[in-house]
Structure formats: C-alpha cells, structure tokens
Design a protein around this ligand. Structure first.
Ligand code: DTR
Ligand code: ZN
Ligand code: ZN
Length: 314
C-alpha cells in the first residue's frame, strides 16, 4: 500500500514518540528516508499512445514491423515525445534481413552513470498486424513512465535509461545488437534491466519474471499491495528482450500478461477472465488492435512499472 505524504509524516511521528518514551533520542527516532513514491501513471495517457500506434499501423499497411514504414513512424512518435520532455535520445541503427533497424535509447540527465537502471520494450510488431498488445502495450507504458519522470523532474540516485527495441519479433535482434555493442565495462554499469512485453492481454494473467530476486520482489510486493496474486513467468527463458541482458550478466526482471497459452480454471478463479481461452487470442494476428487490450491489466502493470523504476533507482 502506498502511504500518502501525510501518512508517512504521521508514521514518522509515531516512531519518534515511541523511541523517546523508550529513552532514546530524536536522532535515533528519525527513520531512514523512504524511497520516493512513484506517481500514478494515467492509463488514459497510456491508451492515447496505443491509439497513436494504431493510427500509424492503419496508415502504413496495417503493421509496425521491422523494416516497414510503420515501425519508423512509431519510433519517430516516441522520440518526439521524449525530446520534448527533455530526454537525451539516441537512435542506434543496424541492418537485419537487408533492412535498416532502429533502436531508440532515451537517457534522463543526471544520476550516477555507473549505476544505470534501464526499462525497455520492443516497439516492432509482426507483419500480420498492428501489434497493440504485442508490444504497443509495453512500449506505451515505458514511454508514459519516462514522461512521468520528466513531469516529476525526478532526480534519482542512479541514472535512468529507457529503450525501445526493433526486430524483437525476428529473434531479439535489436536488443542483442545493443548489448553486443556495449563494452564489458559499460555492461557492468547496468544495475538492472526491466522488460515489458505484452502487459495488457485481453484475458490477462499477472506474471512476474523469476530472474533477479530483488527485481522480482519489487514487483511481487507491489502487486501484493494491490491484493493481486502473481505467478512466475514460465513461458520459457529467452522469449523476450531481457534475454541478451541476462546472458551478459545484467540483473533482469519484468512483467507479462500472457500470450497464446490457455488460462486455467484455477487462474480464472484468482484473476477473473475466461478459463479455457488464451490470454491473448489475437497473439501475432491482425486482430491485435486497440480493442485487444484489458484496461485494468494495462493500468496495474503501468503503475507497477513506475513503482519499480522509482524504487530501484532511488
Ligand atoms: N516473445 C514475445 C511474447 C512472449 C512469449 N512468451 C513470453 C514470455 C515473456 C515475455 C514475452 C513472451 C513476443 O512474441 O514478442
Ligand atoms: Zn510477438
Ligand atoms: Zn512481444
């Protein structure tokens, strides 16, 4: 549960009074500062980005795939929002299957650049559809969290970096290119990489990657505070852009609401939704549109993303 500022002040006063009554001093009574609390991420803002991605796909052959106009238009949209908000953005180009690929990296000025917290998502879709859940959902939530950092003028101890990958659907190509381009020393500066790939599935589950224990705990505690049970993500390692970071020894974690696997009766009991139906029936299909999103799942995961970014960088 997030304590409000007044709630935290009351809690601190209770600690102080208790300590003084027990013969301690005010210095003993002063609790360590709590990490700054993340702001709520307005799900309407996240959905507005999804509407943009949908419009881009519709205007560009129905997809946002690597090497197609819809991908570059998606990247230009995200970059323009970040530039306007004060981020330092970099486009990293590469070539794959004869087509130019583009990763977008956005650094929030400040913080210890020897301790970098990264949050990322793949921005490309498959060629058969607009890819709004896969992975407009993750891309929009990462974008809106970055914009929330700017709105708050957040000044964390660690350095914040956000990333949008190209060609994940072709085999984690963009994220692998990024990791491979890092020197061993630069890899060591990344204290954690958080991945968000499909976080708004229409028949959602709440899955947390079971990789780095600190990152996993951060997400699990957040959902516990909401009273939402979670399961560890078991669709197999290596299925998204955290894999190249993990292979390079970077602590990783992330969230996932499910793809083509079927929700069990037990899962429907704890999460709602429909048993015997896929978490996302439109996975890699033309029907992965803005209608293929569960707003509650998108909202919860966007807020969990922001919570982890604030907590792990404070
Ligand atoms: N590979 C992702 C979808 C996916 C499938 N299993 C997982 C597990 C964790 C994250 C993502 C995924 C894609 O199709 O983009
Ligand atoms: Zn996919
Ligand atoms: Zn994906």
């Amino acid at each position: 549960m997030k304590l409000s500022v007044s709630g935290r002040a009351v809690a601190a006063a209770v600690v102080a009074a208790t300590t003084l009554l027990a013969g301690g001093t005010v210095a003993d009574a002063t609790p360590a500062p709590l990490p700054a609390a993340a702001p709520d991420i307005p799900v309407a803002n996240v959905k507005a980005h999804l509407t943009q991605f949908q419009s881009i796909a519709t205007a560009n052959g129905g997809n946002r795939a690597h090497g197609r106009p819809g991908y570059k238009a998606s990247l230009d949209y995200v970059k323009a929002r970040l530039d306007a908000a004060g981020f330092t953005t970099t486009i990293q180009q590469f070539t794959y299957s004869g087509r130019t690929g583009y990763n977008l990296i956005a650094d929030w000025p400040g913080g210890d650049t020897n301790r970098v917290v990264m949050a990322g998502s793949h921005l490309d879709s498959v060629s058969s559809g607009p890819g709004i859940n896969d992975n407009g959902s993750g891309s929009a939530a990462v974008l809106e969290t970055a914009l929330a950092v700017a709105r708050a003028q957040y000044k964390p101890t660690k350095h914040l970096r956000f990333a949008w990958w190209d060609a994940e659907e072709l085999g984690l190509v963009g994220s692998r290119h990024y990791v491979n381009s890092l020197s061993v020393g630069n890899r060591a500066t990344i204290s954690g990489y958080l991945n968000f790939d499909m976080i708004g599935s229409p028949n959602p589950g709440y899955f947390v990657y079971d990789d780095d224990p600190t990152i996993e705990k951060t997400f699990k505690e957040y959902f516990a505070g909401l009273g939402v049970p979670t399961e560890i993500e078991t669709e197999g390692d290596g299925r998204s852009d955290h894999a190249p970071f993990k292979s390079a020894g970077v602590p990783v974690g992330g969230l996932f609401t499910g793809a083509s696997r079927t929700k069990t009766a037990a899962q429907a009991q704890k999460w709602g939704g429909t048993a015997g139906v896929a978490f996302d029936r439109c996975y890699h299909s033309s029907c992965d549109t803005t209608s293929n999103i569960n707003d509650t799942a998108l909202n919860r995961n966007s807020d969990a993303l922001a919570h982890a970014v604030w907590q792990l960088s404070s």
